[in-house]
Design a protein around this ligand. Structure first.
Ligand code: SF4
Length: 382
């Protein structure tokens, strides 16, 4: 079946080109500590063997940048580097990779007196000097606060969209066009809406699609499939990532899931849109990455899923996040949120912080809060 494709421009990422009708590339991100060179190289090989076209690695510190340089020597994969606040690491890593990803929301927090335009100009000049592509990666949990303040708090889509459009306009104005954009949310419907609206305004900009914190299989795959089916069948999307909460030895499942979703869509095996999984209990959990604070995170996410089975008819969202970089922000919109620190887990109810508890106590605390919430919701209905 011939699927429509938006007329996106070609963006070369090392040996691969996305956009301009090229096959939709499938990517993933390492979840090992970047400083653990052997484990990270081995995970890159595992993902490559599964068919990954691009591998993303987080680099937040000089030590991680040094490790990345060693990792580079042991793989010829197309590598993308995930920069957060410490965007100046771009110049250290760019000579060794094919793509730089920055998050407009995270750029805001570092060197606050400096306009974001200056920071983006710096990253773009480093990318241009080192033959790298870029991704402007906008994420629902870390939207530029200046954009958030402009809109009704109930409208989470407009700030993301405006942030992405502003960054595209600025990159174009400085003649850097070798970039793609991602707009990720944990809710498939929002991913569909924000990417559709972006593609209407900038149909020539290649899009990297993903449902962030989709969670564990099979639910995480289903949520992602819902979004991808609606977008890819309309010609939107040039590269994808399926974000799954799985242990390091199962990370290849992200690539397998991505390839199988693409294959199904290409062969017309598209299911009609259903609000699957969102009418009852919705557990969102990050796919974990090198920033994860404690390796017990994946087990914790699985324990939360098992423990909350009894509440599956209730329309409640529980977020389980692996670290302090994205955990505090990305749990704000959930009814109950957990984010991991090295020795304890933070518990939240919406934006309210309820406390921090050891790993062996957190499930009991979560259950008490969940029970109270169910009770509160049922008394509100009466
Ligand atoms: S929440 Fe933290 S550990 Fe999880 S994927 Fe995001 S950055 Fe990585």
């Amino acid at each position: 079946m011939e699927l429509p494709r938006n007329p996106t421009r070609a963006v070369r990422i090392g040996s691969l080109t996305i956009g301009d009708g090229n096959p939709i590339a499938v990517q993933s991100m390492t979840a090992t500590k970047t400083t653990d060179i052997d484990k990270t190289v081995s995970q890159i090989h595992q993902l490559e063997e599964a068919g990954a076209d691009i591998l993303r690695v987080a680099v937040d510190s000089n030590r991680e940048a040094e490790a990345l340089i060693e990792i580079r020597k042991q793989t010829s994969a197309n590598l993308s580097i995930d920069l957060q606040e410490n965007y100046r690491l771009a110049e250290v890593v760019a000579p060794h990779v094919q793509k730089l990803r920055y998050n407009p929301g995270h750029l805001y927090h570092h060197e606050r007196d400096k306009p974001w335009q200056e920071k983006v100009a710096y990253i773009a000049s480093v990318a241009a000097d080192n033959d790298c592509a870029m991704r402007v990666g906008v994420n629902c949990g870390s939207v530029d606060p200046a954009k958030k303040d402009k809109y009704d708090p109930a409208d989470s889509i407009s700030p993301m969209l405006e942030s992405a459009l502003d960054h595209c306009e600025y990159l174009d104005s400085i003649d850097f066009t070798r970039y793609c954009v991602s707009l990720k949310d944990s809710e498939p419907e929002k991913v569909i809406e924000v990417n559709t609206r972006f593609a209407e305004q900038r149909p020539e900009v290649p899009l990297h699609l993903g449902v962030t914190e989709a969670g564990m299989p099979p639910d995480g795959v289903i949520k992602t499939r819902i979004a991808f089916e609606q977008l890819i069948s309309k010609g939107i999307g040039d590269t994808i990532r399926v974000s799954l909460t799985v242990s390091n030895d199962r990370k290849y499942e992200e690539i397998e899931a991505g390839r199988s979703i693409l294959d199904d869509i290409a062969n017309g095996r598209v299911r009609s849109f259903v609000d699957f999984g969102l009418k009852g209990l919705n557990i969102i959990s990050c796919p974990s990455c090198s920033r994860v604070e404690n390796e017990a995170f994946v087990e914790l996410a699985e324990d939360v899923r098992d423990m909350t089975e009894y509440a599956k008819e209730h329309k409640i969202t529980i977020a389980v996040m692996g670290c302090r970089v994205n955990g505090p922000g990305e749990t704000d919109d959930a009814d109950l949120g957990l984010w991991c620190a090295p020795n304890f887990v933070n518990l939240k109810k919406g934006e309210e912080e309820l406390g921090a508890y050891p790993y062996d106590e957190i499930l009991g605390k979560l259950k008490a809060e969940l029970d109270a919430l169910i009770e509160q919701r049922s008394s509100e209905k009466v």
